[in-house]
Design a binder for this molecule. Structure first.
Ligand code: NDP
Ligand code: 8X3
Length: 251
């Protein structure tokens, strides 16, 4: 079995790649940071008896995505599970103060990047008459919160695409699922706040956020259901978080 996980250089994607490898999958990992990709690859190869292929590209660039998928050697072509995880939030500000570059980064990565790779990978899944696409959405795709406008918009788009893909790919025997997490402590907030680590840390102050492993376990659970079962959609939250904005903090 082969799993391709986008955005596997850190956080949820990295843990998901490791967990699928632990369960015997050969793994394709993607991301822009080549050194990180090599580190993840080495670590998986050292710990599990599986093959790992790393593909370094920017998912916002359609030609890079197509080239990378076209370059897959024959023993990695027949992808069984695609985890659409690569994504980011950039900034947190009212719509009238929004930074257009931030908006474009989020739209190009979270929506267009996800579409580019899905189109390439599902071609072979359709030929093989099997496959499973697991989209990483967010609680931000179920609710909007103050200043989250465009990030929430991109994740609402993932929610709609998840439903649409499931309909279109049903005749081809391809399952489509989504996991929608609340707050997970990864590099997400560091990226959102342009490398400001102390601001990022405050997001998780006074409560226990999800760990990337928690989300990885949910993704693997979805992928390992019997063939007649599909998990359409999961919302996974820290126990201390009721919705996007209601968090029980100890401070
Ligand atoms: P991280 O920042 O830790 O990981 C994001 C991953 O996405 C990295 O591997 C990064 O790789 C990759 N990525 C980002 N932009 C690009 C790009 N242009 N091309 C290729 N790869 C890219 O964050 P998380 O693990 O938290 O995020 C993973 C997913 O989970 C995202 O879709 C996020 O929206 C979602 N999510 C996160 C939550 C959280 O609270 N952390 C909650 C709900 C959903 P590289 O930089 O090497 O390119
Ligand atoms: C990430 C979770 O609450 O920061 O998708 O939007 S949140």
């Amino acid at each position: 079995m082969i799993a391709l996980i986008t955005g596997a250089t850190s956080g949820i994607g990295k843990c998901t790649a490791e967990l699928f490898a632990k369960n015997g999958y050969d793994i394709i990992i993607t991301g822009r940071r080549e050194e990180r990709l090599e580190e993840v690859k080495k670590n998986i190869e050292a710990n599990f008896k599986v093959k790992v292929l790393s593909l370094c590209f920017d998912i916002r660039k359609q030609n890079e995505v197509e080239k990378a998928i076209a370059s897959l050697p024959s023993d990695f072509k027949n992808i069984d599970v695609l985890v659409n995880n690569a994504g980011l939030a950039a900034g947190l500000s009212a719509i009238q103060d929004g930074n257009i570059d931030h908006w474009e980064r989020m739209i190009d990565t979270n929506i267009k990047g996800l579409l580019y790779i899905t189109k390439c990978v599902c071609k072979t899944m359709i030929e093989n008459k099997k496959g499973h696409i697991i989209n990483v959405g967010s609680i931000a795709g179920k609710e909007a919160y103050a200043n989250g406008n465009v990030y929430c918009g991109t994740k609402h788009a993932v929610d709609a695409l998840n439903k649409g893909m499931r309909i279109d790919l049903l005749p081809h025997n391809i399952k489509v699922s989504a996991v929608n997490p609340g707050m997970v402590e990864t590099e997400f907030s560091i990226v959102r706040f342009d490398g400001d680590e102390s601001r990022a840390k405050k997001v998780y102050d006074g409560f226990q956020p999800l760990k990337p492993e928690d989300v990885a376990e949910t993704i693997y659970w979805m992928a390992s259901r019997p063939s007649h079962v599909n998990i359409n959609d999961v919302i996974i939250m820290p126990a201390a978080q009721a919705n996007s904005t209601t968090v029980k903090r100890n401070n």
